[in-house]
Design a protein around this ligand. Structure first.
Ligand code: CP
Length: 310
């Protein structure tokens, strides 16, 4: 593969290679000296058209730990603010010969469009409500390290499925790896023809959480609800917020996950988010750096041959 645009284009074997390599980078990231020279001389540009804490920081750390020169293009201070199109920005950056472009954009398909215009590898760091492949990979790595497998697990993805690129990438990945996926959401936050996504659909939390091994909570993406129905936070929490009572329907060893950013008291009770026995939210962030290192490593192998990867 030249680019990482989504999970949809990956085979189970590709996913396994990425997860196995990321596993090795977890150990390297725990060492005192985290700096490697595998990507020495290579240039990585992070192009974020939407806000981000975890993804932008971890892509920057991942590139720097591998020895690449990493540039963060701040859209707020770029020529995009003067009306330059995505294509013109892409052509301009391409003229500087970056080896990797990491893009986050509010429009579905933006990463794919960029990949047709530049010579370097493109990594989708989230495009609209379409895909967020590195999030699904880091979620899978977190689950596999905790549960030892993905196959046969019941994973409940709860909340604003309609606007969630995290949900879409996770559904592709989990189905591909033999897990059973349940989507739990109010009918207003499910996409049309949700049943075609390849998951069981539930509109009641207790039904959906029954015997679940993994619970993934999602944020209400009110920024994508322009003109459509926006639920009241208090009512949403009552019916769809993960609290002790609803959590008791899941398996006693069920893990609670959240891609972040989290809205405490809206989709998740603060006590559960901080419960060290149930919540793996911090671990997901740690796995995020390792997964992004694995992606950068694999997508630049044609340039780093013979240097000795992880
Ligand atoms: N999970 C995630 O994409 O978080 P950020 O928006 O902070 O990058």
């Amino acid at each position: 593969h030249r680019h990482l645009l989504g999970i949809a284009g990956l085979k189970p074997a590709d996913i396994l290679v990425l997860l196995d390599l990321a596993d090795r980078y977890v150990d390297k990231n725990r060492a005192v000296d985290k700096k490697m020279s595998l990507l020495r001389g290579l240039t990585q540009i992070n192009l974020f058209f939407e806000n981000s804490t975890r993804t932008r920081t971890s892509f920057e750390l991942a590139g720097k730990r591998l020895g690449a020169d990493v540039i963060n293009m701040s859209v707020a201070t770029s020529a995009i603010k003067k009306g330059e199109t995505l294509i013109d920005t892409a052509m301009t950056l391409n003229a500087m010969h970056p080896d990797v472009l990491v893009i986050r954009h509010p429009d579905s398909g933006a990463a794919s469009l960029l990949s047709q215009k530049v010579s370097g590898a493109v990594i989708n760091a989230g495009d609209g409500s379409h895909e967020h492949p590195t999030q699904a990979l880091l979620d899978a790595l977190t689950i596999r390290r905790r549960k030892g497998r993905l196959e046969g697990l019941t994973v409940a993805i709860c909340g604003d499925i309609l606007h969630s690129r995290v949900a879409r990438s996770n559904i592709w990945l989990l189905n591909s790896m033999g897990a059973h996926v349940r989507l739990i959401a109010p009918p207003t936050l499910l996409p049309a023809a949700a049943e075609r996504l390849g998951a069981e659909i539930c509109t009641n939390m207790r039904d959906g959480l029954r015997d679940a091994d993994i619970i993934m909570m999602l944020r209400l993406q009110t920024e994508r609800m322009r003109g459509s129905f926006v639920p009241s936070k208090r009512e949403y929490y009552r019916f769809y917020g993960l609290d002790r009572d609803k959590l008791s329907a899941a398996r006693t060893d069920a893990l609670v996950m959240h891609p972040g950013p989290m809205n405490r008291g809206v989709e998740i009770d603060s006590v559960i988010a901080d419960d060290i026995h149930r919540s793996v939210i911090g671990e997901q962030v740690e796995m995020g750096v390792a997964v992004r290192m694995a992606c950068l490593d694999l997508l630049t192998r044609h340039l780093t041959a013979g240097r000795g990867a992880a």
